[in-house]
Design a binder for this molecule. Structure first.
Ligand code: AMP
Length: 462
């Protein structure tokens, strides 16, 4: 059988996109034949288990959990990573959040953990929210086993987490700061670890965890498997990989996932004073089952939530001013669909993974276009459809254009029934000048340069 991955530069061991998945399926006729035989007998005994995961080598105790979680087909990163990770290879995986990356590294590690042994695996994550989320996902995946997973992160009482560590977990998920803290207290010993995962490595480096990461990885002695997952893989991450991994295999499925095709993206022109009225109208007309409203500042998040409460809308805010236990409560309510609208700032929303988020509303357009992609990526998870609506002021055409360039797509203008934007505010002197100009006899149109043509078109569109 001819292998489609012949075209891949094996010397660099980079396997990209769909090829990563294809390579697993067609890697070797011998392995494939063995897998097929195992799968056939397994499927005869348990016809209700997800065959596509069984084919990757996932054992029955985890397949049973996958049935409960309604995982039928592996995602691209799962197809690409699970078989190699099960074989114990070091892996540098490029994948975004919402692509099923937790199960991609989680299933093989959980399966290879010795249930009778002590702490064997650690996963470092950039934020507290992600620590809670990854722990919850790993716990769900191992619900038909006796494996025990614990989260350690800053902002929660040390005593509580110490107590949990005392219950001898097999797998610890934590933020680098708190992991270091526990290592220094002598309650977390990483020497005998067999598996180390760095999740969202690019964000960890952005936040400034470089030294902590080096410190933690440097403490793991003995034979172990290391997996990095990151949305982007650049120089610093490769340097870390060279230093702490053995002959790593690079898997890149990010290109398949980068598209925002499944998201219906639009913008509405609104001046700051119109925005709340517009938000209320949209919530009333769209009736989003579950929605996040993104703001650029805590003050705005607080203000909107208050107004939504006054209007009897079931909303909660999440931002950096909330204590960790309050944030955890908000996230738990959101995850359990007890609130309809989550009003969030970007930092607090990092790593929010709640499936079935139907709408993202950018109450404030983000200054950084990458942030736009992160925000709207919270919807349309795992192939679902999503809606993203951005409020854009008359003077924010440039920000919208930068976003459109990044996503290589034009965001459509949306009219909202019953909403008319106010005229842009002008100081009185400018108002008088504008009126004078309007009344003056028309001058011949100036010749347009390319740049000014573009500006004019943007202004008109808004
Ligand atoms: P992650 O990228 O790991 O944060 O996963 C995003 C969401 O997708 C989580 O809610 C997972 O439970 C869900 N998920 C992951 N893999 C699958 C799959 N193969 N089928 C259905 N849902 C999945």
């Amino acid at each position: 059988m001819s292998c489609p991955c012949r075209a891949i530069d094996e010397s660099r061991r980079i396997i990209t996109g769909r090829y990563a998945a294809l390579r697993i399926c067609k890697a070797s006729n011998g392995i494939q034949a063995g897998r097929n035989a195992r799968r056939c007998s397994l499927m005869q005994q348990h016809p209700d288990l997800p065959e596509a995961f069984a084919e990757l080598g996932v054992e029955v105790r985890f397949l049973k959990a996958l049935v409960k979680l309604n995982f039928v087909k592996p995602s691209d990163i799962q197809l690409a990573m699970i078989p190699h990770a099960l074989e114990g290879k070091d892996i540098l995986g490029q994948a975004r959040t919402g692509t099923g990356k937790t199960a991609a590294f989680g299933l093989p590690i959980l399966q290879n953990i010795d249930p009778d042994g002590r702490l064997q695996a650690i996963c470092l994550v950039p934020t507290r929210e992600l620590a809670v989320q990854v722990t919850a996902e790993l716990t769900r995946l191992s619900q038909c086993t006796d494996l025990h997973i614990v989260a350690v992160y800053g902002g929660q009482k040390v005593a509580t987490q110490l107590h949990q560590l005392g219950r001898k977990p097999h797998f610890v998920v934590g933020t680098p700061g708190r992991v270091m803290d526990f290592m220094q207290r002598g309650v977390l010993n990483l020497q005998s670890l067999k598996f180390a995962v760095l999740d969202e490595v690019d964000r960890m480096l952005d936040i400034g965890f470089r030294e902590d990461i080096r410190n933690i990885l440097g403490r793991i002695h003995g034979d172990h498997q290391t997996i990095f997952v990151s949305a982007t893989i650049e120089g610093e991450i490769r340097r870390l990989a060279r230093r702490y991994m053995t002959d790593p295999m690079e898997l890149d499925v990010s290109k398949d996932q980068m598209t925002v095709d499944a998201i219906d993206q639009s913008y509405v022109t609104a001046e700051p004073r119109d925005k709340y009225r517009l938000l209320r109208l949209i919530l009333k007309q769209e009736q989003p089952p579950i929605c996040i409203v993104f703001c650029n500042t805590k003050a705005v998040a607080r203000k909107i939530t208050k107004k939504l409460h006054a209007d009897d809308i079931n909303a909660m805010e999440i931002h950096g001013d909330l204590a960790q236990n309050q944030r955890d409560r908000v996230m738990a309510s959101f995850r359990n669909h007890k609130i309809d609208v989550l009003v969030a700032t970007d930092l607090a929303a990092r790593g929010i993974d709640v499936s079935e988020i139907s709408h993202i509303i950018n109450y404030d357009i983000p200054q950084d276009p990458e942030v736009y992609v992160h925000r709207i990526g919270r919807t349309a998870r795992m192939g679902a459809k999503g809606v993203a609506i951005t409020f854009v002021g008359n003077d924010q055409g440039k920000e919208l254009t930068t976003i459109e360039i990044l996503i290589n797509e034009q965001v459509r203008h949306r009219e909202v029934e019953g909403f008319k934007a106010s005229e842009p505010w002008q100081p009185p002197a400018e108002q008088a000048a504008a009126q004078q100009a309007a009344e003056a006899p028309a001058k011949p149109a100036p010749k347009l340069t390319l740049a000014s043509k573009f500006k004019t078109r943007r202004r008109r569109r808004l």
